[in-house]
Ligand binder design. Structure first.
Ligand code: SF4
Length: 205
């Protein structure tokens, strides 16, 4: 267990959130946009989007069609536009335009699930959390930090129990980098992996 964590930490000492943002509201929008697409695709879109839309009211003042059109280059753009508008409305009306900093309140925002809330807690507010995305889930299961049939909530709880709280925020980024750049879904770099002896991947195939 410690060996697994140590090796992931050693491999990616500079891992961090790869979604470009300059404040917590932009982070909420970027994470909402990242569903079923890559951070690189989101960053390409938000480069212009964040110049046009600075705060919640900016999203409320445009028509549905205009926002959908601005998001068209990204997948699920209609659904994401609707969620962003609804979340902006709630942040403006219920939270005075300020993104809330508890999981419970974040998860009240339309389009914000537990994973998104955890990202915002950890990245924007430096509150310990472990967002379980596809990389964290895959890496956890391959390396025996969770079981194959665990759902994401169970994976999150197991990681929270097994990893010191002081490491949650940083290690979650390091696990994402490990999954994104080394332990890839289809062609993991097992031939150079120092964690082979701890890995269940061979028996998965
Ligand atoms: S041995 Fe392969 S599948 Fe297992 S953790 Fe390393 S890279 Fe991933």
């Amino acid at each position: 267990m410690n060996r697994v964590i140590n090796e992931i930490e050693r491999m990616f000492p500079n891992a961090k959130c790869e979604l470009n943002h300059s404040n917590e509201f932009e982070l909420v929008i970027a994470v909402m946009l990242s569903a079923q697409t890559t951070d690189a695709a989101v960053n390409k879109l938000t480069k212009d989007l964040f110049k046009k839309y600075l705060e919640p009211t900016d999203y409320l003042m445009v028509s549905d069609n205009e926002l959908e059109s601005d998001l068209r280059r990204i997948g699920l753009h209609r659904r994401k536009a609707a969620s962003i508008k609804a979340a902006s409305k709630m942040i403006f009306n219920d939270y005075n335009g300020v993104v809330p900093n508890t999981r419970q309140e974040l998860m009240k925002l339309p389009g914000v699930g537990r994973k998104t809330a955890n990202v915002v807690l950890g990245v924007a507010f430096d509150i310990p959390a472990i967002p379980v995305d596809t990389h964290v889930e895959r890496v956890s299961k391959r390396l025996g930090l969770a079981e194959q049939d665990d759902n994401v909530l169970v994976v999150e709880k197991k990681l929270m129990g097994r990893i010191p709280k002081s490491k949650w925020n940083k290690l979650h980024h390091q696990m994402i980098f490990f999954g994104r750049y080394h332990c890839l879904a289809r062609k993991p770099h097992c031939e150079v992996c120092k964690l082979l002896e701890y890995c269940n991947y061979i028996s998965e195939k």
